[in-house]
Design a protein around this ligand. Structure first.
Ligand code: MEV
Length: 310
């Protein structure tokens, strides 16, 4: 066989959840889309199947990445490849950095094994890695990254896999993403919510049900090109997340700030808690991005779906 001379390249997009984080863990639908930023992995032919990791990582981080990589590599028959990566995503801010990494590595592993990196196969391998990082995620993060499209995702009972419906938008969906402070790990926020819902299951169950309904309505609004209705669904979702105890003063402040800057809707995205990411849906986010950057706020814009301007 010819030795591979050009590197195998794999991209994993970061994600934002427009509607339905947390309730997705309990089997309700969530609407999520890929960011234009993510993680790029590159693989070159090698005697062994191995990762080359940056020296800046701690021993614990390296061990975690290596274990996750080995799990996916085993499913691929351990192809001879040495893999590096570069990330454009902030870590642990609710933007799916671990899922993006898992997808990028999985694409390279599949290519090195001479297999097609179709979304279903990529998601199967990426899930192995996500389980090492997060235990039992709902699967929405790595599925969105692998599909690289706006999707309505519904978890199957007791699995980290789900039903996927691609949601087509005739209009561009543009979000402004703001990074607000530090936050606790997703596992901790999800675990604390699980304790509350176990104690007051009827009350929390009603809120999850309502978030699921709002996510389904949001998907319909996208398909109808009704961005005002999508924005309203996001605002209502934020209220429900707050009722579930998942918001905090810094997140709420930013939500109101984005609405003041003209967002059609704004909410936290991802696990929430003490900090994390806030998103605003804008027809044109750039003026708001410029204003916030001038004030030293960490933010960027991204298109999630629809036709892209050339
Ligand atoms: C994290 O991006 C999304 C959560 O719903 C957790 C999960 O779906 O596994 C908070």
């Amino acid at each position: 066989m010819d030795r591979q001379t050009t590197p195998w390249v794999g991209f994993g997009a970061g994600k934002v959840i427009l509607l339905g984080e947390h309730s997705v863990v309990y089997g309700h639908p969530a609407l999520a889309g890929p960011l234009s930023y993510g993680v790029t992995a590159r693989g070159v032919a090698s005697k062994r199947c191995q990762l080359a990791l940056p020296g800046t990582l701690s021993r614990t981080q390296k061990a975690l990445l290596n274990n996750a990589f080995r799990r996916a590599a085993r499913l691929c028959g351990e192809p001879g490849v040495k893999v590096t990566m570069e990330s454009e995503l902030p870590l642990s801010m609710g933007l799916g950095s671990s899922a993006a990494l898992s997808v990028a590595y999985s694409r390279v592993l599949l290519k090195a094994a001479g297999r097609k990196d179709v979304p279903r196969e990529v998601a199967r391998l990426a899930l192995e890695m996500e389980q090492e990082f997060h235990g039992t995620p709902s699967g929405v993060d790595h599925t969105t990254s692998a599909e690289q499209q706006l999707i309505l995702y519904k978890r199957l009972p007791n699995q980290s896999a789900g039903r996927v419906r691609v949601v087509k938008s005739s209009r561009p969906l543009k979000v402004l993403v703001v990074l607000v402070g530090e936050r606790s790990p997703t596992k901790k926020t999800v675990g604390a919510l699980r304790e509350r819902q176990a104690r007051w299951s009827a009350r929390y169950g009603r809120l999850f049900e309502e978030i699921g309904a709002v996510a389904t309505e949001g998907a319909k609004a996208v398909e109808a090109g009704d961005l005002e209705a999508l924005g309203d669904a996001m605002n209502v979702n934020q209220g429900l997340l707050s009722a579930l105890g998942l918001s905090s003063p810094p997140l709420e402040d930013m939500v109101y700030r984005l609405r003041g800057l003209g967002a059609l809707g704004a909410k936290l995205t991802g696990a929430g808690g003490d900090g994390g990411a806030v998103i605003g849906l804008f027809l044109e986010p750039e003026p708001a991005v410029a204003k916030l950057l001038e004030l030293g706020v960490r933010c960027f814009s991204s298109q999630l779906a629809g036709p892209r301007a050339l």
